[in-house]
Design a protein around this ligand. Structure first.
Ligand code: ADP
Length: 238
């Protein structure tokens, strides 16, 4: 069963002389348990792709299906419920709330969705434990290292059994060891049945994914089942 299906997505920003075609006829299906990496030069459409996959923005044409449901036709309320319950987002700069502890940051999405504070806290502690962060649960973000902050952000993205994890350069602000650890963690979560799309410009980190999709000028120019090495990914496609 595919968790995410993008069918012939195109995205145009602006009009007339200012028009930019950010995505052109992009199709991608990601199944439960699958981790896909998206690579491409700056301006190739990676962020646009992730934003549309996460239903945060509408495509100009094409369909976005999450768990088989067409999101383009959903009401605003149904879409925000879907985002809260099914999709987790991880950003380069972690985006943790500084006034909340790690456990409070992780339980927040559940509380916002109506789960009682006690239950949300228990669920947060469980995920933090799975990610090796039990000792950090009561610390504030500024008392954590960069790697720990990103692991808390991943905990926040997966808490509540969400099915789709979308990460935009999750290792971008980390050193290589922590960057690898973050990708490994996303990989581990995928093997339990989550689907993930991770944007990265680092071919070494992309090799954690089951599949690498390469974007250029808004088009998918290459897809590899398992990356052979950085050189192959950067070769121009014919
Ligand atoms: P990447 O993430 O690969 O750097 P983006 O998806 O950010 O690429 O951008 C793809 C293209 O779309 C670029 O030419 C960018 O300038 C343009 N673009 C992105 N977002 C907007 C926007 N909100 N308004 C106008 N142009 C945009």
């Amino acid at each position: 069963m595919s968790v995410l299906e993008l069918r012939s997505i195109s995205k145009v920003y602006g009009r007339g002389a200012a028009e930019v075609q950010a995505l052109r006829d992009v199709s991608l299906t990601v199944a439960a348990g699958e981790m896909a990496a998206v690579m491409g030069p700056s301006g190739s459409g990676k962020s646009t792709f992730l934003t549309i996959a996460g239903t945060l923005e509408e495509p100009t044409s094409g369909a976005v299906l999450v768990n088989g449901k067409d999101t383009v036709r959903m009401s605003g309320g149904a879409k925000s419920r879907l985002r809260r319950r099914t999709i987790g987002y991880v950003f380069q700069d972690f985006n943790l709330l500084p006034g909340l502890t790690a456990a409070e940051n992780v339980s927040l999405p559940l509380e916002l969705d109506g789960t009682s504070m006690g239950k949300a806290h228990q669920a947060a502690l469980k995920v933090l434990e799975e990610l090796g962060l039990s000792d950090q649960a009561h610390r504030f973000p500024d008392q954590l290292s960069g790697g720990e902050r990103q692991r808390v952000a991943i905990a926040r993205a997966v808490v509540g059994e969400r099915m789709l994890l979308l990460a935009d350069e999750p290792s971008g602000a980390l050193d290589s060891a922590n960057g690898e650890a973050v990708m490994q963690l996303i990989h581990t979560y995928c093997k339990r049945g989550t689907a993930a799309i991770v944007v990265t410009h680092d071919a070494q980190l992309a090799s954690w994914a089951d599949r690498v999709v390469f974007l250029r000028d808004g088009r998918i120019v290459d897809q590899t089942a398992a990356p052979v090495g950085p050189e192959t990914l950067l070769e121009p496609s014919s």
